[in-house]
Design a binder for this molecule. Sequence first.
Ligand SMILES: [Zn+2]
Length: 450
Amino acid sequence: MSKSMLITGGHVIDPANGVDEPRDVLVGEDGRISAVERPGVINAERADKVVDASGLVVAPGFLDIHVHLREPGGEAQETIETGCRAAAKGGFTSVWCMPNTNPTNDSVWVTRYILDRARESGGGIHVHPVAAVTKGLAGRELNDFGALLGAGAAGFTDDGRPVESAAVMRTAMMHARDLGATIFDHCEELSITGAGAMHLGPTSLRQGIPGIPRSSEALIVMRDGMLALETGCRFHVQHVSNQESVEAIRWLKARGARITAEASPHHLLLTDERVGEGETNAKMKPPLCEEADRQAIVAALEDGTLDCIATDHAPHTASAKARGFAEAPFGIIGMETAFASLHTGFVVRGKWTLRFLIEQLTSAPAKVMAGAMGEGKGTLGSGAPADLVLIDPKATWRFEERHVGSRSRNCPWIGETFRGRVEATFAGGRCVYRVVDAGASLARAASAGT
Ligand SMILES: [Zn+2]
C-alpha cells in the first residue's frame, strides 16, 4: 500500500481516452488511477502528496513490445535490472523481452526465472517474456505453447532469427491460433542475407561491405502473412525496414490477415548513409535502408499500415561493437532515446503532433498486445495501473553516456542534442525515475513525487 498522490497543473495526453487538455490526475493508495479531472475539481487535501506538473505533459507510461534484456546468460550486455533502468529512463513502464537468451527462453523454467528476476530487480517495471517458437531457436521442434502461456509467456517468436521452415511456421501458427496466442516474427530469409552486414544499395557498394538484399525481409513478411491468412493466426511483423515489406503488409491487411507490425525509431529516423566509415552503432538487423524506405515506413505508421513503435533495444558490449563493421554484432540500444529522438525528429519539426507520438508508444502497442499482456495498459483510465510519464516538451538537452540506463552503450545518439525529455516515470504510482539535473518545475515535481 503506497500513499495517494495528486499530479496537478499538467497537460494530460491520454490517446486511449481521447484526452488532450489540462487535467489533474489522482492516484489512489492501491497504485491505480483513481480520477482524471479538470483543474480544481479534485481537492488536493484528498491526496497524501501533491506533484506539481506545471509546464509538463502527463501521459500513460510507454510500452516497448520489443526489447532484449539478455538475462539469463548475457549479463555482460544487460541484466533485467539494468534493462528496466533503461526502460524507466526512457518513460517505458512495460516491456516485452525476447527469448534469445542463454539458455533460450523455450521452457517454463526460463519464463518463470525471468518473471521472478523482474519482480526482484525490475524496480517496478512490468516485464513480459515472449517465449521461443522452437526449441533453442533451432527452427525444428515446436515448444509447448500451452505450458509456456500458463507460466506467463506473452506470445512466441524466435527473434534474432526467423523460423526458417515455412512448414514449421505454419504448424506453429495453427497451435498459436488454437490457444489464442500471437506469433511474432523477425522476418528474414537467411539464404538471401548470407554474409550481408548492411543494406544492399549504393552505400554498401561504395563501401565494399556485403549487402543484405531488400527481398530478404519482404519474402518472409509475405510468406508468414500468407500463412497467417490461411491459418487465421494473429501474426506480428517485428522491426519493418523497407518499402517492399510495407507494401506486403498493406496487401495482407487488405486481404483480411490478422497482421500487425512495428516500426523502430532507427528505421524511422536513419538511413544506411549513417553507416559512414563503418559506424557499428548503425549496424542492426534488419538494416537501415534508403531514404525512400525511411519515408515509406513513416507514411505507413501515419496511415496505420504499421501499428506502433517498438525499439528493438539490443545491448552489446563495447568490445563486441569494436570488432570492426564486418565482425560486430547487429543491434543498438533504444529505450532511453526513443521518445526524445522521435520528438526531436518529428514533433518539433511539425510533422507529428505530440499526441500522435504518445499514441504510438502507449495505446497503439497496447492494442497490438491485446491477448499478449497488453490489456489495461497504455491508458490513464480510471482503475488502470498508475503507470505514467511526465514529459517536458520544451527541454533542450544533450544526450550523454550518463543518461544511459542500460549496461551497454551501443547507441548512435550519444552526443546528440534533443528537444523534449522524459522528466519522471511512475510505475504503479511509484516514482521509478526522475531527472536529477532538471529545471525548476521538475525539481518541484520530483521532490514532491517520491
Ligand atoms: Zn529481430
